[in-house]
Design a protein around this ligand. Structure first.
Ligand code: ATP
Length: 641
């Protein structure tokens, strides 16, 4: 595992960090102390027994036991009882040695209270020492204005704790003041264990990327000839083609500090944070040069400025991008910092990023070829216990369109399937099943399909199979199945040929194969179903690209409305007139109709074989190559895969 160091700022003076996280506890202590004070000072006479007005009047006043009354704040009376009365039996609850006040009660109306006392004095002649006192509840007063402040401060502290980078929302430390610091992970020298050997295939790409390592290790080799060392290398390619893996290999082999960050990590909900993080990242990289900065998914910040998907400017992202552009301009070609970036949306990147002097090198990665897939399979089957029947060559041939990540997933899936079957080794069958699963999704044998629907599905799939078998340019058919998988109810599995260019005949044969299902339904049942949705979607798109993009339509001529800059995606206007739009629609319609009629005719000619295959599917659910050969005979126009 790579050792990762998060370059988080440390307190420089060695004093403990007084983070806002601790403030609530001392605030709490102060609050408690104040409450205690309140208890001590305000309820000074709290040992006084609480009594009722009637007991006071009848028992105490009536018997002449009271010698002193203190009225506090004109509200509360504190009663002092004569010691001889306490010594008697009337007040067993009070210890005779206890100093007053002995009893207390709330007087209610002061006038009434005074009148009662005066009346009592007149009748009994017993003098009572009556005093009025003010007692200030200063703690209560302070609390009444402090409490709201404390609550506001508490809420503020809580919000600050939630806002700190990585805080509150899972892991991380630091505080609000770290917000503008870069969150890049630092891979120290030799801490990444990925090497170029782990990256299979991609030979030309590896040569380019290895050079980056060499620039940093031996800069003089280039500079002594007057060459300038590139500042940036941009890896562009579809998802899972090994861009991040390549960067990790560079980190492992360059033996220089490697800062890795994802484009989305620059941008926070606060304005200015992204630019500040970019500044901080470049500063750290320069301090530790020679070093490499790797920005994954750079399209998160590097999209063309002034052009946003939601048609609204995203200033924060633009500020961050501007800062990165400035930083890349800011350091000289020989400062020893190389920026690597990866994206799978090269088309949306700002052109300023792509100009020489910034990302001087742009390396395009593509989906692996057959031989590259074999090499990737070799890497990923290395840790597996494989049986002797494993043929990586065949597997590589059967996985066209798979990315490196797909192949890694396939190997893992095969091992899981073998484990589920309690096998000691992973066999070829496990790989086949894993391929089916990766391509088609999970098998859903439990899905309930009625007999008549099953019949339609069987004939639909048999239609695809029959059409592909007799069309010259159709892909080689491997097997046909009517077992529901993922979202599909049945499937025909092909071994696609890997062409780089296609001609009209090849396109037409593909369209006819896709229409085979619907044509079979019409021929056999005289009516069609909704089961051809996927096929029709594919066919329509294909026909539109032929007419509007590839210039393969005679009426429209050699014209392409394709826009490689991706700007048309945001535009509301079409690049052609209404009249042209109508021609495109008509031509697409004509093309699909011609293909359909051709397919219907082909399937009519082979109706017997089609029905035979459908029957076999209804009985066995799956038909393999041997079954197909038995029904259709050897495929004469079998194309070299
Ligand atoms: P994304 O654009 O989605 O980030 P990526 O191009 O960065 O994709 P990686 O993360 O590099 O793709 O690849 C994913 C996984 O696929 C790797 O961890 C590795 O297991 C496997 N893989 C991809 N390409 C290769 C390759 N050439 N050799 C070996 N393994 C590969």
């Amino acid at each position: 595992m790579a050792k990762q160091t998060n370059p988080k700022p440390q307190p420089s003076n060695g004093k403990p960090n007084s983070s806002p996280g601790r403030s609530p506890s001392w605030l709490l202590y102060i609050l408690l102390a104040l409450l205690l004070g309140q208890a001590v000072f305000y309820f000074n006479g709290s040992h006084a027994e609480e009594i009722s007005w009637s007991r006071f009047k009848q028992e105490m006043l009536g018997n002449g036991d009271v010698y002193k009354i203190e009225v506090i704040n004109q509200q509360r009376a504190e009663i002092y009882i004569k010691s001889e009365a306490l010594a008697g039996s009337r007040y067993p609850e009070i210890d005779s040695s206890q100093a007053g006040p002995h009893f207390a009660f709330n007087i209610g109306s002061l006038d009434n209270f005074q009148e009662t006392l005066e009346a009592n004095q007149e009748t009994t002649g017993n003098p009572i020492d009556l005093a009025f006192r003010e007692r200030t509840d200063w703690v209560g007063n302070i609390l009444s204005w402090m409490l709201p402040i404390l609550i506001i401060v508490g809420i503020w502290v809580f919000i600050l704790r939630r806002m700190r980078p990585g805080g509150g929302m899972g892991g991380g430390g630091g505080n609000i003041f770290d917000m503008g610091k870069s969150k890049a992970k630092l891979f120290e020298k030799g801490s990444s264990d990925v090497t170029f050997k782990d990256v299979a295939g991609l030979e030309e790409v590896k040569v380019e990327v290895k050079e980056v390592v060499d620039f940093l290790k031996n800069p003089s080799r280039y500079t002594k000839l007057g060459a300038k060392i590139p500042k940036g290398v941009l890896l562009i390619g579809p998802p899972g083609t090994g861009k991040t893996l390549l960067a990790r290999a560079v980190a492992g082999q360059a033996e220089v500090p490697f800062y890795s960050i994802s484009g989305s990590e620059f941008v926070e909900m606060f304005v200015g944070v992204g630019a500040s993080r970019a500044r901080d990242l470049f500063k750290k990289a320069k301090q530790n040069s020679p070093s490499i900065i790797f920005i994954d998914e750079i399209d998160a910040i590097g999209r063309s400025r002034g052009k946003s998907a939601a048609m609204q400017a995203n200033d924060e992202r633009e500020n961050t991008l501007n800062q990165i552009l400035t930083e890349m301009d800011g350091f000289g070609t020989n400062t020893g910092v190389i920026v690597m970036a990866a994206t799978n949306r090269g088309d949306v990147l700002d052109r300023a990023l792509l100009r020489p002097g910034r990302f001087d090198r742009q390396i395009y990665l593509e989906l692996p070829t057959r031989s590259e897939r074999k090499a990737i399979l070799e890497v990923h089957t290395q840790p597996l216990a494989l049986s002797d029947d494993i043929d990586l060559e065949t597997l590589a041939a059967q996985t066209p369109g798979f990315s490196g990540a797909d192949i890694a997933n396939l190997c893992n899936e095969a091992a899981l399937i073998a484990a589920r079957r309690s096998k000691e080794q992973v066999e070829m069958k496990d790989f086949y099943d894993a391929t089916d699963r990766v391509i088609g999704g999970l098998e859903k044998k439990s899905k309930i399909i009625s007999g008549s629907e099953k019949k339609v599905i069987a004939h639909h799939e048999a239609g695809h199979a029959t059409a592909s078998w007799f069309l010259k340019h159709a892909d080689n058919l491997l097997k046909v199945s009517i077992v529901p998988r993922g979202r599909s109810l049945g499937a025909a599995w092909y071994l696609p040929q890997e062409h780089v260019i296609y001609n009209t005949d090849q396109f037409m044969d593909r369209i006819c194969t896709a229409l085979g299902g619907r044509a079979a339904e019409e021929i056999i049942f005289g009516k069609v179903s909704s089961g051809a949705l996927d096929d029709l979607e594919k066919v329509t798109k294909q026909a539109y690209t032929m007419v509007a993009y590839y210039g393969l339509n005679k009426k429209l001529g050699n014209i392409s409305y394709y826009d490689s800059t991706g700007q048309s995606e945001q535009s509301l206007h079409k690049p052609y007139s209404e009249a042209t739009a109508q021609i495109i629609d008509e031509e697409v319609h004509k093309l699909v109709e011609t293909a359909y009629q051709r397919t219907v005719n082909l399937l009519r000619d082979h109706r017997g074989q089609l029905e035979e295959l459908a029957q076999l599917l209804l009985n066995k659910e799956v038909a393999f190559k041997d079954d197909l050969v038995a029904i259709f005979g050897e495929r004469t126009q079998e194309v070299e895969a």
